[in-house]
Design a protein around this ligand. Structure first.
Ligand code: HEC
Length: 195
């Protein structure tokens, strides 16, 4: 029994010392210009989802989704988020593959999470990723407006779609578009060219 416990202690010690060696001898990779392996993405995504499920309060959006508020949300998105998450002319962000983990291209692949989830993600950010906590830069109202916009990308009212078309040349992608074949899915593709 004594030997067994000693064995466990030695194994634990090797793991801890091994971990410290990896970190202190510079073996831990820190480059952001790599594509995360799929197993890592799977584990990290479920950890992120589970944490949001646990921590995010289930609150309804207090800002009504009027045309005016949705257009405001579109402007807030363009000014603060498009640089990482993709512009409204439906091109992937030039930084789409410059982060580790990469920022989801929200215009090309609209989020299907509920508003409370998206609001929480925007307000509190995502630790150890490039996603800032916007509570320190945007008002709560503005965070709700951009949330309203992002969660309705595929069902925006006609006036808001018209505004989008006038301002950016192209309108929102039709609901049910084949988002999975969008160019930003691959890290090598050039930004899509308009026909
Ligand atoms: C500097 C780059 C950057 C900017 C600017 C930025 N984000 Fe992000 N965002 C990221 C990255 C990187 C992730 C991926 C985090 C992850 O997967 O762990 C992310 C993730 C997200 C997610 C998904 C969270 C989830 O639950 O999976 C949402 C929604 C989001 N951002 C919204 C926004 C909004 C809205 C803005 C503007 C107000 C914004 N982001 C600005 C980099 C950015």
């Amino acid at each position: 029994m004594r030997n067994f416990i000693l064995g466990i202690i030695i194994v634990l010690l090797v793991i801890v010392l091994g971990g410290l060696a990896v970190v202190n001898f510079g073996w831990f990779p820190t480059r952001a210009d790599a594509t995360p392996p799929s197993w890592e993405t799977r584990i990290a995504s479920s950890a992120l989802d589970a944490s949001m499920e646990r921590h995010a309060p289930r609150i309804a959006n207090p800002v009504p989704p009027t045309d005016e508020n949705l257009i405001e949300g579109m402007k807030i998105y363009t000014m603060n988020c498009a640089v990482c998450h993709g512009t409204l002319d439906e091109k992937p962000s030039p930084l789409a593959t410059s982060f580790y983990p990469p920022p989801p291209q929200l215009i090309l692949m609209p989020p299907d999470d509920p508003e409370w989830h998206v609001y929480y993600a925007i307000r509190t950010g995502v630790r150890y990723s490039g996603m800032p906590a916007w509570s320190k830069a945007l008002s709560d109202d503005d965070i709700w407006k951009v949330t309203a916009f992002l969660t309705r990308l595929e069902k925006l009212p006609p006036n808001v779609q018209d505004y989008w078309k006038k301002a950016f040349g192209v309108g929102p992608l039709p609901a049910g578009a084949d988002h999975d074949s969008m160019p930003m899915k691959s890290d090598k593709t050039e930004p899509s060219k308009k026909p």
